[in-house]
Design a protein around this ligand. Sequence first.
Ligand code: ADP
Ligand code: MG
Length: 725
Amino acid sequence: GYQVRRSAIQAITNYTPTSEPLDFSKTTPTEIFGSNVFSDKVMKNMLPKDVYKSLMKTKKTGEKLDPAIAGPVAAAMKEWALSKGATHYTHVFYPLTGLTAEKHDGFLSPDGEGGAIAEFDGKLLIQGEPDASSFPSGGLRATFEARGYTAWDVTNPAYILENPNGTFLCIPTAFVSWKGHALDKKTPLLRANQAINKSATRMLGLFGNDNGEMVVSNAGPEQEYFLVDRNFYFARPDLMVCGRTLFGAKPAKGQELDDHYFGAIPRRVLSFMLEVERELYKLGVPVKTRHNEVAPGQFEIAPVYEQANLATDHNQMVMTVLKSVAKRNGMACMLHEKPFAGINGSGKHLNYSLSTPSQGSLYNPGDTPHKNMQFLVFTAATIRAVEKYGKLLRAVVASAGNDHRLGANEAPPAIISIFLGEQLADIFEQIKEGGLTGCKTKGCLEVGVDTLPPLPMDAGDRNRTSPFAFTGNRFEFRAVGSNQSIAGAQVALNTILAESLDFMADEIEKITKGDESKLSEACQKVIQDIMKKHGHVVFNGDGYSDEWQEEAAKRGLPNLKTAADALPTMSDPDVIELFEKYEVLSKDELESRTEIYHEQYNQLITTEAEQSIKMARTIILPAAIRYQGELANVCANMKTAGIEPTTGILDDVTAKLRGLQAATEALESVMDNGEFDDVRDEARYCVDTVLPAMLEVRKYADELEMVVADDLWALPSYQEMLFIK
Ligand code: ADP
Ligand code: MG
């Protein structure tokens, strides 16, 4: 056992990088950026003018795709890909596993005369048909009906992925069943983008700011991750199988010492980051920020924000590239929300905004009164949406991994609230009380009821404890898990906002009846009503505090602590009605998703429990028994030598060993008893019974780690994994 750890440490100290050094002065980042992307620029050069124009129209204004352009686009794509050395093409899609899926097909096609030609046409570009039977469908597709189709997503560019032995063309696609049911993460996002465009445009129309542009939602996901040396990773079956440590005593040096956060990045990690960035530049992912995170061994990468659909594909690429480049650098990248108990977990802060090309972010407070009212309306719509559908926002971030984070004092609580900042909260409070009379905070103009004050860009301090915080010109949804696709959160946000904007537009129109001079008054009235009904979701205090838990309960805000509490709400009647109204997900689609997410949750917990039992039985118990044997031998020998032994250590080890044995048996019987017809009941059982039984096993194992002789302990310790780089 110990030998494994010893050689791991040896391998780490002897580590030399294998990949070729990068020289950014020879190839500049700007030169590399997008070099493997079939970008608008490439298309403009390669496509016939009318084809390019038609494609851009679909991309920029959401106009229906003209299928006739598929032929010429495919021809250009093929030419471009072949010039980049591609031999295969793949329709890339995003099944409900949350991962990225690809099925490769060769361009090569026999010419019937013993030779071969490269083949790829419009039909192959537009539609693919991977065997869908092994992807989750939640009953939407009977097993005998394995058909699933991938459909070309023209709004995101195709790109080339490199391998030392060749390259291949990747085409972003949506994945649907043969009946048109969404089986993936992208389809509902595209639908939700359409919904928010329609409702937001309608609202802009009331302000005379509807100028034929599309309203898009934007996402800037800050991705956190852990790095551990691969030698340690392979010595930890729990990390390999479950992505997190199921055992491990807290290190003596934990997070207490704040020497890591924003500290100098270790050299090996920095080379890793540089390689990650280079790969992502090639793919046109605008990664911008890198730094150490709070926990030892934890880091963050963030791109410049992009439109939702592109940002989502790009975030998937970021996750894939992080993992593969880590491998090449002798490390394992862990995206699990909580790889190490007692150490900060990893999340994904989703920076979210709506914008149009000419107006920029609609959450920008701006500096003209006219625009301010529009800003206040969009913000009020957000307040209403987050209060009305708080449980949905909680449900879309529910997962086994994220359960370890939300509600622990390091990540936002499971209670969904909004942070507005002092000044903005004050303005909304005034409107609620019957009209805006002025602005308390200094640096802000005193104005009358009709003309609203210009708001400074930073209308408040930063707050790190809120799940949904206003940060100047956007909201930051902080409850997303590091491992999760950002699609789900954006689907929910776009849809609930569309609903709120429509509600407000209806109400405003009822008052103005087309009389523009009444607009400001009408908006204030509608915002006032919203604040009265939904304003209790605004909370500017410390979200980590116990007082907030109590206060939130008084306010009637849901506190869905676990995935088992949150997931079922995904197909509550009001949620179904919402998604059906906006044609984002049908009742069937929603129910199938709810089912799938439950299944995934249950599957994960079951795997963890089985892995716990296996490790307890085959790794931890044997180490403890050996140590017990050694101690017993010493006692026996001492007795033989006529010395009365003190048996304190032996007794202690024996007690802990028996505890571990009993806890393991208890967990085994808990697992044997868990047979359920309904996935919801099983999830409940996982939370209430399986997880506590697992924790009990872990408790004794971690205690043993603190007493068993180090040379008998096989598992790399937290100390080793987190601090040896
Ligand atoms: P911080 O950690 O200080 O919150 P970062 O720079 O790490 O900020 O990340 C902020 C993210 O927010 C970036 O991805 C950035 O591009 C994104 N962002 C900035 N403005 C907007 C906006 N209007 N809409 C959406 N995302 C935005
Ligand atoms: Mg950041």
